[in-house]
Write a protein that binds this ligand. Structure first.
Ligand code: FE2
Length: 339
């Protein structure tokens, strides 16, 4: 079934679009997404988004055989991410009018088909030249299970399993683009995993509003303006704003690269919870129907056993995590782009 989406171009007023660039500058510096959160207790040896990473390593962005070595693959996909707002917590002062933009809530109503839209999260992403974003679906939320307390790959697996739909908080996402970088189109599969790949150019002050928790999507390679990608250490690399449209990538004190704003792909993701009615919103707020990690893992284990995927004892956390992701997440069949 074709997913509904809206392509907004232009998106904001010219002044408001420039404000989004200034927010990144005032934020000051961006860290690697891979450093965003730690796993605890289950699959802690695995990267937060190993679901998407393993598929990317096997098939790349387009299914071509010609893959980078692991080192380059890691640098290509280890982009930069900061959280501007998460619920009541505002980390980028000045983002509030955007968070509560009436047009965003209105478009989310259209896409989700429900009335009660509660702005939830704003992320800012920066990709440097040569980076791309592996095909994935976004991290969903369920009552009692969100990225603050649950591994991201597990939340994604929960959605694709369909076993937790009654606890799910549907989210509509607006991905918007600001700046002058080349390449870096938003690639997506609006007709589902068996449908064709489509792409939208990430032009300045344009946006797409879509259910990114269900629709697979990724980012094509940002135009390469340097001979090679620098190594990006998860823990110590940061991209710093230097003033005067300049950014600098540093690993501690070591300078890895200098970039002009016009070389960087900058996107903002706005996410809104989509509640059917007040009762559903209150159920989420009260925390009275929250999932626990034990319940989640037991339900998945029962389902894997019922399907004959798992027999014998539950495997160790890493093997169990890998089994879940492999069984429930079906990626689009990537086809090598025609020459
Ligand atoms: Fe995404």
């Amino acid at each position: 079934m074709r997913a509904h989406y809206n392509h907004l171009a232009p998106f904001l007023s010219a002044d408001d679009a420039n404000t989004m660039l200034r927010l990144a500058e005032h934020f000051g510096s961006f860290g690697p997404y891979a450093n965003e959160a730690e796993n605890d207790g289950i699959g802690e040896e695995l990267p937060q988004r190993f679901d998407a990473a393993f598929n990317y390593i096997a098939h790349g962005m387009d299914g071509s055989e010609n893959q980078d070595d692991m080192h380059t693959a890691a640098a290509r996909t280890n982009y930069f991410r900061e959280t501007y707002a998460y619920g009541e917590e505002v980390r980028a002062p000045g983002v509030e009018p955007f968070m509560n933009h009436p047009a965003l809530a209105e478009t989310a109503r259209k896409i989700s088909g429900v009335e009660r839209i509660v702005p939830a999260i704003i992320f800012a992403n920066i990709l440097i030249p040569g980076q791309e974003l592996a095909v994935h679906t976004d991290v969903p939320e369920f009552r009692g299970a969100n990225r603050k307390v649950t591994p991201q790959w597990l939340l994604v697996t929960m959605l694709h399993s369909g076993l937790f739909d009654e606890w799910r908080i549907p989210i509509t996402t607006c991905v918007s683009w600001f700046g002058k970088s080349k390449g870096g189109a938003f690639a997506f599969y609006p007709e589902g995993t068996d449908g064709p790949r489509e792409a939208i150019q990430s032009d300045h002050n344009s946006a797409i509003v879509i259910d990114t928790d269900r629709v697979f999507h990724g980012v094509d390679r940002v135009a390469e303006t340097k001979p090679k990608l620098p190594p990006i250490n998860n823990k110590t690399a940061r991209l710093h704003f230097m003033g005067d449209d300049k950014w600098q990538l540093r690993n501690g004190d070591e300078v890895l690269g200098d970039y002009d704003w016009s070389e960087l792909r900058y996107s903002i993701s706005w996410k809104g919870y989509c509640f059917k009615d007040e009762t559903e919103e209150n159920l989420w707020r009260s925390g009275s129907d929250d999932l626990s990690i034990e319940f989640i893992l037991n339900r998945i284990e029962d389902d894997l056993r019922a399907q004959g995927v798992l027999t014998g004892a539950r495997p160790d956390p890493t093997a169990f995590a890998t089994m879940m992701v492999n069984h429930y997440i079906r990626f689009p069949k990537l086809q090598a782009a025609a020459e």
